[in-house]
Design a protein around this ligand. Structure first.
Ligand SMILES: Cc1cc2nc3c(=O)[nH]c(=O)nc-3n(C[C@H](O)[C@H](O)[C@H](O)COP(=O)(O)OP(=O)(O)OC[C@H]3O[C@@H](n4cnc5c(N)ncnc54)[C@H](O)[C@@H]3O)c2cc1C
Length: 476
Protein backbone atom coordinates (compact mmCIF):
# COMPACT_ATOMS: atom_id res chain seq x y z
CA UNK A 1 0.00 0.00 0.00
CA UNK A 2 1.21 3.47 -0.74
CA UNK A 3 2.58 5.51 2.14
CA UNK A 4 2.04 9.20 2.40
CA UNK A 5 2.96 11.68 5.08
CA UNK A 6 0.40 13.87 6.75
CA UNK A 7 1.41 17.28 7.92
CA UNK A 8 -1.63 19.34 8.55
CA UNK A 9 -3.69 20.90 11.28
CA UNK A 10 -1.13 22.31 13.63
CA UNK A 11 -2.92 23.88 16.57
CA UNK A 12 -1.43 26.75 18.53
CA UNK A 13 2.26 25.82 18.62
CA UNK A 14 2.97 28.20 21.47
CA UNK A 15 0.53 26.31 23.70
CA UNK A 16 2.26 22.97 23.22
CA UNK A 17 4.72 22.90 26.16
CA UNK A 18 2.02 24.27 28.47
CA UNK A 19 -0.56 21.68 27.53
CA UNK A 20 1.90 18.79 27.93
CA UNK A 21 2.84 20.09 31.36
CA UNK A 22 -0.79 20.48 32.35
CA UNK A 23 -1.55 16.94 31.19
CA UNK A 24 1.56 15.49 32.87
CA UNK A 25 0.56 17.03 36.18
CA UNK A 26 -2.82 15.33 36.07
CA UNK A 27 -1.85 11.98 34.58
CA UNK A 28 1.62 11.12 35.92
CA UNK A 29 4.05 8.73 34.21
CA UNK A 30 1.59 5.84 33.67
CA UNK A 31 -1.02 8.10 32.16
CA UNK A 32 1.05 10.04 29.65
CA UNK A 33 3.91 9.13 27.31
CA UNK A 34 6.11 11.87 25.94
CA UNK A 35 9.39 10.27 24.82
CA UNK A 36 9.95 10.43 21.03
CA UNK A 37 10.31 6.60 20.83
CA UNK A 38 7.01 6.03 22.64
CA UNK A 39 5.18 8.69 20.67
CA UNK A 40 6.48 7.33 17.35
CA UNK A 41 4.69 4.02 18.01
CA UNK A 42 1.35 5.82 18.13
CA UNK A 43 1.72 7.88 14.95
CA UNK A 44 0.00 5.62 12.43
CA UNK A 45 -2.59 2.92 11.87
CA UNK A 46 -2.58 0.15 9.26
CA UNK A 47 -3.78 2.34 6.38
CA UNK A 48 -0.29 3.02 5.03
CA UNK A 49 -0.64 6.73 5.80
CA UNK A 50 2.29 8.07 7.82
CA UNK A 51 1.23 10.11 10.81
CA UNK A 52 3.55 12.49 12.66
CA UNK A 53 4.58 11.32 16.15
CA UNK A 54 2.13 12.98 18.54
CA UNK A 55 3.27 15.56 21.09
CA UNK A 56 2.17 13.10 23.78
CA UNK A 57 0.06 10.00 24.25
CA UNK A 58 -2.57 10.35 26.96
CA UNK A 59 -3.57 6.99 28.45
CA UNK A 60 -6.59 7.59 30.67
CA UNK A 61 -7.75 4.86 33.05
CA UNK A 62 -11.29 6.10 33.71
CA UNK A 63 -14.12 8.14 32.24
CA UNK A 64 -13.16 10.92 34.63
CA UNK A 65 -9.60 10.88 33.21
CA UNK A 66 -10.92 11.19 29.65
CA UNK A 67 -13.12 14.06 30.69
CA UNK A 68 -10.22 15.87 32.35
CA UNK A 69 -7.94 15.27 29.37
CA UNK A 70 -10.51 16.72 26.98
CA UNK A 71 -11.14 19.72 29.22
CA UNK A 72 -7.40 20.49 29.25
CA UNK A 73 -6.97 19.99 25.50
CA UNK A 74 -10.02 22.13 24.87
CA UNK A 75 -8.60 24.90 27.07
CA UNK A 76 -5.33 24.86 25.08
CA UNK A 77 -7.07 24.18 21.73
CA UNK A 78 -4.90 21.16 21.01
CA UNK A 79 -6.08 18.56 18.51
CA UNK A 80 -6.81 15.11 20.00
CA UNK A 81 -6.66 11.88 17.98
CA UNK A 82 -8.67 9.11 19.65
CA UNK A 83 -6.93 5.83 19.06
CA UNK A 84 -6.57 2.33 20.38
CA UNK A 85 -6.03 -0.83 18.29
CA UNK A 86 -4.57 1.13 15.31
CA UNK A 87 -5.91 -1.49 12.89
CA UNK A 88 -7.88 1.17 11.00
CA UNK A 89 -7.47 1.11 7.23
CA UNK A 90 -8.29 4.70 6.33
CA UNK A 91 -5.91 6.80 8.39
CA UNK A 92 -8.47 7.88 10.98
CA UNK A 93 -6.10 7.01 13.84
CA UNK A 94 -3.01 8.69 12.28
CA UNK A 95 -1.87 11.77 14.12
CA UNK A 96 -1.35 15.04 12.24
CA UNK A 97 1.42 17.39 13.32
CA UNK A 98 0.87 19.24 16.59
CA UNK A 99 -1.75 16.92 18.06
CA UNK A 100 -1.90 14.53 20.99
CA UNK A 101 -3.15 10.96 20.87
CA UNK A 102 -5.70 9.81 23.41
CA UNK A 103 -5.47 6.02 23.64
CA UNK A 104 -8.11 4.02 25.52
CA UNK A 105 -5.71 1.05 25.79
CA UNK A 106 -5.85 1.10 29.62
CA UNK A 107 -9.64 1.25 29.65
CA UNK A 108 -10.08 -2.40 28.96
CA UNK A 109 -12.16 -5.29 30.27
CA UNK A 110 -15.68 -6.55 30.57
CA UNK A 111 -17.80 -4.71 33.10
CA UNK A 112 -20.87 -6.93 33.10
CA UNK A 113 -22.47 -9.76 31.19
CA UNK A 114 -26.23 -9.97 31.69
CA UNK A 115 -27.44 -13.39 30.46
CA UNK A 116 -31.12 -12.55 30.81
CA UNK A 117 -30.93 -9.29 28.89
CA UNK A 118 -28.30 -10.87 26.61
CA UNK A 119 -26.05 -7.82 26.91
CA UNK A 120 -22.38 -7.27 27.59
CA UNK A 121 -21.03 -3.98 28.90
CA UNK A 122 -17.37 -3.32 28.14
CA UNK A 123 -14.74 -0.61 28.27
CA UNK A 124 -13.88 0.96 24.92
CA UNK A 125 -10.34 -0.43 24.86
CA UNK A 126 -11.42 -4.08 25.15
CA UNK A 127 -10.29 -6.18 22.15
CA UNK A 128 -13.15 -7.46 20.03
CA UNK A 129 -11.91 -11.04 20.45
CA UNK A 130 -12.06 -10.76 24.26
CA UNK A 131 -15.72 -9.80 24.01
CA UNK A 132 -16.45 -12.62 21.55
CA UNK A 133 -14.80 -15.15 23.88
CA UNK A 134 -16.62 -13.90 26.97
CA UNK A 135 -19.94 -14.10 25.15
CA UNK A 136 -19.14 -17.62 23.94
CA UNK A 137 -18.33 -18.78 27.48
CA UNK A 138 -21.83 -17.73 28.47
CA UNK A 139 -23.35 -19.66 25.55
CA UNK A 140 -23.94 -16.42 23.67
CA UNK A 141 -22.38 -14.67 20.73
CA UNK A 142 -21.26 -11.13 19.82
CA UNK A 143 -21.65 -11.29 16.05
CA UNK A 144 -19.44 -8.42 14.88
CA UNK A 145 -16.42 -10.21 13.43
CA UNK A 146 -13.46 -8.92 11.42
CA UNK A 147 -10.02 -10.29 10.54
CA UNK A 148 -8.35 -7.86 12.96
CA UNK A 149 -10.42 -9.17 15.90
CA UNK A 150 -7.36 -9.75 18.13
CA UNK A 151 -6.24 -6.08 18.08
CA UNK A 152 -9.31 -4.08 17.02
CA UNK A 153 -11.34 -2.92 20.00
CA UNK A 154 -14.91 -2.17 20.97
CA UNK A 155 -14.25 1.60 20.84
CA UNK A 156 -12.56 1.34 17.43
CA UNK A 157 -15.25 -0.89 15.93
CA UNK A 158 -17.95 1.47 17.22
CA UNK A 159 -16.15 4.58 15.97
CA UNK A 160 -15.79 3.03 12.50
CA UNK A 161 -19.12 1.16 12.55
CA UNK A 162 -17.13 -1.92 11.54
CA UNK A 163 -18.76 -4.47 9.25
CA UNK A 164 -17.06 -7.78 8.48
CA UNK A 165 -18.20 -11.22 7.51
CA UNK A 166 -21.48 -11.49 9.44
CA UNK A 167 -23.22 -8.30 8.38
CA UNK A 168 -25.66 -10.25 6.20
CA UNK A 169 -27.04 -11.95 9.30
CA UNK A 170 -26.64 -9.42 12.10
CA UNK A 171 -25.91 -6.03 10.52
CA UNK A 172 -23.01 -3.65 11.08
CA UNK A 173 -21.72 -2.70 14.54
CA UNK A 174 -24.49 -0.07 14.72
CA UNK A 175 -27.10 -2.82 14.85
CA UNK A 176 -25.38 -4.49 17.80
CA UNK A 177 -24.92 -1.56 20.20
CA UNK A 178 -27.65 -0.86 22.76
CA UNK A 179 -26.06 1.75 25.01
CA UNK A 180 -23.12 4.09 24.78
CA UNK A 181 -21.09 6.55 26.80
CA UNK A 182 -18.94 9.25 25.19
CA UNK A 183 -16.91 12.25 26.29
CA UNK A 184 -17.40 15.41 24.25
CA UNK A 185 -14.76 17.87 23.08
CA UNK A 186 -15.15 20.10 26.16
CA UNK A 187 -14.99 17.16 28.59
CA UNK A 188 -18.73 16.75 29.16
CA UNK A 189 -19.79 13.12 29.62
CA UNK A 190 -22.87 11.89 27.76
CA UNK A 191 -23.80 8.55 29.24
CA UNK A 192 -26.66 6.26 28.33
CA UNK A 193 -25.45 2.77 29.19
CA UNK A 194 -28.92 1.44 28.71
CA UNK A 195 -30.00 -2.15 28.08
CA UNK A 196 -33.38 -0.96 26.90
CA UNK A 197 -34.26 -2.47 23.55
CA UNK A 198 -37.24 -0.23 22.94
CA UNK A 199 -36.67 3.46 23.65
CA UNK A 200 -38.41 6.12 21.62
CA UNK A 201 -37.82 8.95 24.07
CA UNK A 202 -36.30 11.41 21.62
CA UNK A 203 -33.23 11.19 19.38
CA UNK A 204 -31.16 8.04 19.74
CA UNK A 205 -27.92 9.93 20.32
CA UNK A 206 -25.64 6.89 20.33
CA UNK A 207 -25.96 6.76 16.55
CA UNK A 208 -24.17 10.11 16.26
CA UNK A 209 -21.04 8.56 17.75
CA UNK A 210 -21.24 5.21 15.95
CA UNK A 211 -19.34 5.63 12.69
CA UNK A 212 -18.24 9.19 13.48
CA UNK A 213 -14.57 8.12 13.58
CA UNK A 214 -13.71 10.02 16.74
CA UNK A 215 -14.78 13.41 15.36
CA UNK A 216 -17.75 14.00 17.70
CA UNK A 217 -16.71 12.38 20.98
CA UNK A 218 -14.58 9.74 22.64
CA UNK A 219 -16.38 6.47 23.27
CA UNK A 220 -15.59 5.22 26.78
CA UNK A 221 -18.03 2.35 27.46
CA UNK A 222 -20.70 0.48 25.54
CA UNK A 223 -23.53 -1.98 26.09
CA UNK A 224 -23.49 -4.60 23.36
CA UNK A 225 -26.41 -6.76 22.28
CA UNK A 226 -25.48 -10.44 22.35
CA UNK A 227 -27.16 -13.14 20.30
CA UNK A 228 -27.91 -16.76 21.01
CA UNK A 229 -24.95 -18.95 20.09
CA UNK A 230 -25.84 -21.54 17.48
CA UNK A 231 -23.46 -24.45 18.03
CA UNK A 232 -22.96 -25.91 14.57
CA UNK A 233 -22.20 -24.56 11.15
CA UNK A 234 -21.19 -25.86 7.76
CA UNK A 235 -19.02 -24.16 5.18
CA UNK A 236 -18.83 -24.76 1.45
CA UNK A 237 -16.91 -23.28 -1.43
CA UNK A 238 -18.75 -23.11 -4.76
CA UNK A 239 -17.24 -22.41 -8.17
CA UNK A 240 -19.65 -20.46 -10.37
CA UNK A 241 -19.66 -19.12 -13.93
CA UNK A 242 -19.96 -15.44 -12.90
CA UNK A 243 -21.20 -12.92 -10.36
CA UNK A 244 -24.73 -13.07 -11.78
CA UNK A 245 -24.85 -16.73 -10.74
CA UNK A 246 -23.73 -15.72 -7.24
CA UNK A 247 -26.70 -13.35 -6.97
CA UNK A 248 -29.06 -16.16 -7.99
CA UNK A 249 -27.40 -18.40 -5.36
CA UNK A 250 -27.97 -15.68 -2.77
CA UNK A 251 -31.68 -15.54 -3.51
CA UNK A 252 -31.91 -19.35 -3.47
CA UNK A 253 -29.90 -19.56 -0.22
CA UNK A 254 -32.15 -16.98 1.46
CA UNK A 255 -35.22 -18.96 0.48
CA UNK A 256 -33.73 -22.19 1.79
CA UNK A 257 -31.81 -21.11 4.90
CA UNK A 258 -33.42 -17.79 5.85
CA UNK A 259 -31.46 -15.99 8.56
CA UNK A 260 -29.19 -19.02 9.12
CA UNK A 261 -26.70 -17.79 6.49
CA UNK A 262 -23.75 -16.51 8.52
CA UNK A 263 -21.42 -15.64 5.64
CA UNK A 264 -21.77 -15.15 1.89
CA UNK A 265 -18.39 -14.07 0.58
CA UNK A 266 -17.29 -13.68 -3.03
CA UNK A 267 -13.94 -13.85 -4.78
CA UNK A 268 -13.37 -12.81 -8.37
CA UNK A 269 -10.94 -14.94 -10.45
CA UNK A 270 -8.26 -12.20 -10.42
CA UNK A 271 -8.16 -12.43 -6.61
CA UNK A 272 -8.35 -16.24 -6.57
CA UNK A 273 -5.47 -16.58 -9.02
CA UNK A 274 -3.37 -14.08 -7.08
CA UNK A 275 -3.67 -15.67 -3.64
CA UNK A 276 -3.72 -19.33 -4.79
CA UNK A 277 -1.48 -19.39 -7.86
CA UNK A 278 0.67 -16.25 -8.27
CA UNK A 279 1.55 -16.32 -4.57
CA UNK A 280 1.28 -19.04 -1.96
CA UNK A 281 -0.90 -17.05 0.41
CA UNK A 282 -3.59 -19.73 0.17
CA UNK A 283 -4.14 -23.15 -1.38
CA UNK A 284 -6.82 -23.83 -3.96
CA UNK A 285 -9.04 -26.82 -3.19
CA UNK A 286 -10.49 -26.76 -6.70
CA UNK A 287 -9.13 -27.90 -10.04
CA UNK A 288 -9.76 -25.61 -12.96
CA UNK A 289 -10.45 -21.93 -13.27
CA UNK A 290 -13.90 -20.45 -12.80
CA UNK A 291 -15.66 -17.13 -13.27
CA UNK A 292 -16.52 -16.64 -9.59
CA UNK A 293 -15.89 -18.27 -6.21
CA UNK A 294 -18.34 -18.24 -3.34
CA UNK A 295 -17.93 -19.13 0.32
CA UNK A 296 -21.19 -19.84 2.05
CA UNK A 297 -21.55 -20.64 5.74
CA UNK A 298 -24.82 -21.81 7.29
CA UNK A 299 -25.49 -22.40 10.98
CA UNK A 300 -27.70 -25.07 12.55
CA UNK A 301 -28.57 -26.58 15.90
CA UNK A 302 -27.10 -29.97 14.96
CA UNK A 303 -24.91 -31.55 12.29
CA UNK A 304 -27.68 -31.31 9.66
CA UNK A 305 -26.25 -28.17 8.04
CA UNK A 306 -23.60 -30.22 6.19
CA UNK A 307 -26.20 -32.38 4.50
CA UNK A 308 -28.30 -29.29 3.81
CA UNK A 309 -25.40 -27.54 2.07
CA UNK A 310 -24.67 -30.68 0.06
CA UNK A 311 -28.28 -30.82 -1.11
CA UNK A 312 -28.16 -27.10 -1.89
CA UNK A 313 -25.07 -27.63 -4.01
CA UNK A 314 -26.75 -30.50 -5.90
CA UNK A 315 -29.68 -28.23 -6.77
CA UNK A 316 -27.37 -25.41 -7.89
CA UNK A 317 -25.40 -27.87 -9.99
CA UNK A 318 -28.58 -29.14 -11.63
CA UNK A 319 -29.65 -25.57 -12.36
CA UNK A 320 -26.26 -24.88 -14.04
CA UNK A 321 -25.42 -22.27 -11.41
CA UNK A 322 -22.62 -24.12 -9.60
CA UNK A 323 -19.87 -25.84 -11.59
CA UNK A 324 -17.81 -27.34 -8.79
CA UNK A 325 -17.74 -27.26 -5.01
CA UNK A 326 -16.04 -28.35 -1.80
CA UNK A 327 -17.71 -28.95 1.53
CA UNK A 328 -15.48 -28.57 4.60
CA UNK A 329 -15.56 -31.80 6.61
CA UNK A 330 -13.55 -30.71 9.63
CA UNK A 331 -12.53 -27.61 11.53
CA UNK A 332 -9.14 -27.63 9.80
CA UNK A 333 -10.83 -27.82 6.39
CA UNK A 334 -13.03 -24.91 7.37
CA UNK A 335 -9.94 -22.92 8.34
CA UNK A 336 -8.29 -23.78 5.02
CA UNK A 337 -11.32 -22.51 3.06
CA UNK A 338 -11.52 -19.32 5.13
CA UNK A 339 -7.79 -18.80 4.60
CA UNK A 340 -8.39 -18.10 0.90
CA UNK A 341 -10.84 -15.32 1.75
CA UNK A 342 -8.84 -13.89 4.66
CA UNK A 343 -5.59 -13.85 2.66
CA UNK A 344 -6.65 -10.37 1.48
CA UNK A 345 -5.17 -9.10 4.75
CA UNK A 346 -1.76 -10.44 3.70
CA UNK A 347 -1.43 -9.33 0.07
CA UNK A 348 0.42 -6.07 0.76
CA UNK A 349 4.00 -7.35 0.26
CA UNK A 350 3.28 -9.32 -2.92
CA UNK A 351 0.85 -6.90 -4.57
CA UNK A 352 3.12 -3.88 -4.06
CA UNK A 353 1.87 -0.28 -4.07
CA UNK A 354 -1.88 -0.31 -4.31
CA UNK A 355 -5.11 1.45 -3.46
CA UNK A 356 -7.54 -0.59 -1.37
CA UNK A 357 -10.98 0.61 -2.47
CA UNK A 358 -13.80 -0.37 -0.10
CA UNK A 359 -16.80 0.22 -2.33
CA UNK A 360 -20.45 -0.18 -1.40
CA UNK A 361 -23.24 -0.45 -3.99
CA UNK A 362 -26.59 -2.19 -4.10
CA UNK A 363 -25.95 -5.97 -3.92
CA UNK A 364 -27.75 -6.38 -7.25
CA UNK A 365 -25.42 -3.82 -8.89
CA UNK A 366 -22.14 -5.18 -7.53
CA UNK A 367 -21.27 -7.39 -10.52
CA UNK A 368 -22.07 -4.62 -13.01
CA UNK A 369 -20.00 -2.11 -11.10
CA UNK A 370 -17.00 -4.47 -10.97
CA UNK A 371 -17.26 -5.19 -14.70
CA UNK A 372 -17.39 -1.45 -15.43
CA UNK A 373 -14.37 -0.85 -13.16
CA UNK A 374 -12.41 -3.60 -14.94
CA UNK A 375 -13.13 -2.03 -18.34
CA UNK A 376 -12.16 1.43 -17.08
CA UNK A 377 -8.92 0.25 -15.45
CA UNK A 378 -7.90 -1.88 -18.46
CA UNK A 379 -7.58 1.39 -20.41
CA UNK A 380 -5.43 3.08 -17.77
CA UNK A 381 -1.68 2.47 -18.02
CA UNK A 382 -1.37 3.61 -14.39
CA UNK A 383 -3.35 0.55 -13.20
CA UNK A 384 -0.85 -2.30 -13.01
CA UNK A 385 -3.19 -4.99 -11.66
CA UNK A 386 -6.61 -5.47 -10.08
CA UNK A 387 -7.92 -8.00 -7.57
CA UNK A 388 -11.46 -8.11 -6.19
CA UNK A 389 -12.90 -9.82 -3.13
CA UNK A 390 -15.86 -8.94 -0.99
CA UNK A 391 -19.04 -9.37 0.93
CA UNK A 392 -21.35 -10.25 -1.94
CA UNK A 393 -24.51 -10.35 0.13
CA UNK A 394 -23.83 -6.81 1.39
CA UNK A 395 -22.88 -5.26 -1.98
CA UNK A 396 -19.38 -4.50 -0.67
CA UNK A 397 -16.26 -5.12 -2.77
CA UNK A 398 -12.64 -4.62 -1.75
CA UNK A 399 -11.13 -3.61 -5.08
CA UNK A 400 -7.34 -3.49 -4.89
CA UNK A 401 -5.59 -1.64 -7.73
CA UNK A 402 -1.79 -1.86 -8.06
CA UNK A 403 0.20 1.14 -9.30
CA UNK A 404 3.79 2.38 -9.49
CA UNK A 405 3.67 4.20 -6.15
CA UNK A 406 3.51 7.70 -7.61
CA UNK A 407 1.00 10.29 -6.42
CA UNK A 408 0.02 10.95 -10.02
CA UNK A 409 -0.99 7.31 -10.57
CA UNK A 410 -2.84 7.18 -7.27
CA UNK A 411 -4.68 10.40 -8.05
CA UNK A 412 -5.85 9.36 -11.50
CA UNK A 413 -6.94 5.86 -10.42
CA UNK A 414 -8.90 7.26 -7.46
CA UNK A 415 -10.53 9.93 -9.62
CA UNK A 416 -11.55 7.28 -12.18
CA UNK A 417 -13.01 4.78 -9.68
CA UNK A 418 -14.78 7.32 -7.49
CA UNK A 419 -16.04 9.10 -10.61
CA UNK A 420 -17.49 5.80 -11.82
CA UNK A 421 -19.02 5.17 -8.41
CA UNK A 422 -21.07 8.36 -8.68
CA UNK A 423 -22.92 6.87 -11.65
CA UNK A 424 -23.73 3.77 -9.59
CA UNK A 425 -25.01 5.72 -6.58
CA UNK A 426 -22.52 3.95 -4.33
CA UNK A 427 -20.54 4.63 -1.15
CA UNK A 428 -16.82 5.53 -1.24
CA UNK A 429 -16.45 3.40 1.85
CA UNK A 430 -18.71 0.54 2.84
CA UNK A 431 -16.98 -0.34 6.11
CA UNK A 432 -13.40 0.92 6.58
CA UNK A 433 -14.48 4.52 7.07
CA UNK A 434 -13.46 7.84 5.54
CA UNK A 435 -10.56 8.61 7.90
CA UNK A 436 -8.02 10.96 6.37
CA UNK A 437 -7.43 9.02 3.17
CA UNK A 438 -10.91 9.39 1.71
CA UNK A 439 -11.99 12.72 3.22
CA UNK A 440 -11.70 14.56 -0.08
CA UNK A 441 -13.90 12.01 -1.86
CA UNK A 442 -16.87 12.31 0.53
CA UNK A 443 -18.74 14.47 -1.96
CA UNK A 444 -18.78 11.53 -4.39
CA UNK A 445 -21.11 9.70 -1.99
CA UNK A 446 -22.94 12.43 -0.13
CA UNK A 447 -25.01 15.38 -1.36
CA UNK A 448 -24.09 19.02 -0.55
CA UNK A 449 -27.09 19.14 1.79
CA UNK A 450 -25.95 16.04 3.68
CA UNK A 451 -22.41 17.38 3.95
CA UNK A 452 -23.65 20.74 5.21
CA UNK A 453 -25.70 18.99 7.90
CA UNK A 454 -22.70 16.88 8.96
CA UNK A 455 -20.45 19.95 9.13
CA UNK A 456 -23.10 21.83 11.12
CA UNK A 457 -23.27 18.97 13.64
CA UNK A 458 -19.49 18.89 13.92
CA UNK A 459 -19.33 22.67 14.44
CA UNK A 460 -22.03 22.46 17.11
CA UNK A 461 -20.42 19.61 19.05
CA UNK A 462 -16.77 20.54 18.57
CA UNK A 463 -16.66 24.27 17.77
CA UNK A 464 -12.85 24.45 18.06
CA UNK A 465 -12.37 21.45 15.77
CA UNK A 466 -10.07 19.67 18.23
CA UNK A 467 -11.54 16.14 17.95
CA UNK A 468 -9.62 14.13 15.36
CA UNK A 469 -8.80 17.12 13.14
CA UNK A 470 -8.53 16.28 9.46
CA UNK A 471 -10.51 13.05 9.75
CA UNK A 472 -13.83 12.69 7.93
CA UNK A 473 -13.95 16.34 6.85
CA UNK A 474 -11.10 17.69 4.75
CA UNK A 475 -12.22 21.16 5.77
CA UNK A 476 -14.64 22.26 8.43
C1 LIG B 1 -6.54 -7.53 8.83
C2 LIG B 1 -7.63 -6.49 8.97
C3 LIG B 1 -8.93 -6.84 8.66
C4 LIG B 1 -9.94 -5.90 8.78
N1 LIG B 1 -11.23 -6.28 8.44
C5 LIG B 1 -12.21 -5.39 8.55
C6 LIG B 1 -13.55 -5.76 8.20
O1 LIG B 1 -13.83 -6.86 7.75
N2 LIG B 1 -14.52 -4.83 8.35
C7 LIG B 1 -14.27 -3.58 8.83
O2 LIG B 1 -15.21 -2.79 8.96
N3 LIG B 1 -13.01 -3.19 9.16
C8 LIG B 1 -12.00 -4.05 9.03
N4 LIG B 1 -10.71 -3.67 9.34
C9 LIG B 1 -10.45 -2.29 9.78
C10 LIG B 1 -10.31 -2.10 11.31
O3 LIG B 1 -10.01 -3.28 11.96
C11 LIG B 1 -11.55 -1.49 11.88
O4 LIG B 1 -11.68 -0.19 11.38
C12 LIG B 1 -11.57 -1.42 13.42
O5 LIG B 1 -12.88 -1.09 13.77
C13 LIG B 1 -10.62 -0.44 14.04
O6 LIG B 1 -10.52 -0.68 15.44
P1 LIG B 1 -9.25 -0.17 16.28
O7 LIG B 1 -9.51 -0.46 17.70
O8 LIG B 1 -8.00 -0.74 15.70
O9 LIG B 1 -9.32 1.40 16.03
P2 LIG B 1 -8.19 2.42 15.56
O10 LIG B 1 -7.57 1.95 14.30
O11 LIG B 1 -7.29 2.75 16.68
O12 LIG B 1 -9.11 3.69 15.23
C14 LIG B 1 -10.02 3.66 14.17
C15 LIG B 1 -10.87 4.93 14.17
O13 LIG B 1 -11.68 4.96 15.34
C16 LIG B 1 -11.39 6.11 16.14
N5 LIG B 1 -11.44 5.66 17.52
C17 LIG B 1 -10.76 4.63 18.10
N6 LIG B 1 -11.13 4.49 19.37
C18 LIG B 1 -12.06 5.43 19.62
C19 LIG B 1 -12.83 5.79 20.76
N7 LIG B 1 -12.70 5.16 21.92
N8 LIG B 1 -13.69 6.82 20.65
C20 LIG B 1 -13.83 7.49 19.49
N9 LIG B 1 -13.13 7.21 18.39
C21 LIG B 1 -12.26 6.18 18.45
C22 LIG B 1 -10.03 6.59 15.68
O14 LIG B 1 -9.87 7.98 15.87
C23 LIG B 1 -10.06 6.22 14.20
O15 LIG B 1 -10.75 7.21 13.49
C24 LIG B 1 -9.66 -4.58 9.21
C25 LIG B 1 -8.35 -4.23 9.52
C26 LIG B 1 -7.33 -5.16 9.40
C27 LIG B 1 -5.93 -4.75 9.74
Amino acid sequence: MDQTDIQQVSQQDTAQPDVIEALAQVFGPAGILTSPEDCARYASDQSGLHGTPPLAVIRPASVHDVSEAMAICSRYRIGVVPQVGRTGLSGGACSPQGTVVLSTERMTGIIELDRDAMTLTAWAGTPLETVQEAAREAGLDYPVDIGARGSATIGGTIATNAGGIRVLQHGMTRANVLGLEAVLADGAVVSRLSKTVKDNSGFDLKHMFIGSEGTLGIVTRAVLQLRRHVPQSALALFALPDHAAALKCLTAARQRFGSRITAFEGMWPDYWDFVCHKTSLATSRLDGRYGFYLLIEVEAEGPESEAELEAFFADLFEADLAQDGVLAKSISEMRALWQVREAVGEVDDDFGHHINFDIGVSPSALGGFCDAADILLADMPEALGVIKVGHVGDGNVHLLVAHDGSHAAEESIEAAIYGLLRDWDGAVTAEHGIGRIKARWMDHSRSPQELALMRGLKAQMDPQGILNPGALFDQI
